[in-house]
Each structure stands twice: as structure tokens, then as C-alpha cells.
Design a protein around this ligand. Structure first.
Ligand SMILES: [Zn+2]
Length: 93
């Protein structure tokens, strides 16, 4: 299972944003998943990975971000439909 929140902590508080990217380190033909991040924290995550690589805690390799596909697409669509309905009602009023 993937974490449902961004892996970054800012000022000791965990980021509440949903993860938007899977962060991985690509070494030759292997890809190591190291965490997930939101759009806002991509740069911080790459910085952290680079320092971890310097400490040899994770393998040296290219840092990759792959966009997460929306989980539970059906739910998201249902929500969007509801919002549309609300908007229409408001317009009528
Ligand atoms: Zn974040």
C-alpha cells in the first residue's frame, strides 16, 4: 500500500497534502521507491534524497518522479457531479 499522504514533514508537522508523485531512485535497470510527495514538496524531496545518497543511505542513481494516478476515480467523479449539481441550483436561485 502506498502512503496516503506526502512524506514530507515541515517544521515537525507532517504535510497533509495527498501524494501526487511517487519518488524513486533509478539505478541501472532497478527502480527503488523511496516515498511519495505532493507537488509543493518535490524540490525538498529531491534535496533530501541527494543528502541521503551522499550518506549512502539510499543507492546513488537518478531521482525520478512519476505522477500518481487518481485513486478511487469513481468517488472523485461522484464528488464532481455533486459540485456541478450544487452550482446549477445556486444559479437558479
Ligand atoms: Zn507535501
Amino acid at each position: 500500500m502506498l502512503p496516503d499522504k506526502c512524506s514530507i514533514k515541515e517544521h515537525g508537522k507532517p504535510c497533509v497534502n495527498p501524494p501526487e508523485f511517487i519518488v524513486s531512485v533509478i539505478v541501472k535497470n532497478d527502480e527503488y521507491m523511496v516515498g511519495v510527495t505532493c507537488e509543493k514538496h518535490k524540490k525538498i524531496v529531491s534535496g533530501k534524497i541527494q543528502s541521503l545518497q551522499q550518506e549512502e543511505k539510499i543507492p546513488l542513481g537518478k531521482i525520478g518522479f512519476s505522477r500518481l494516478k487518481a485513486v478511487g476515480t469513481d468517488c472523485i467523479h461522484a464528488d464532481q457531479d455533486e459540485f456541478v449539481e450544487i452550482d446549477i441550483k445556486n444559479l437558479k436561485d
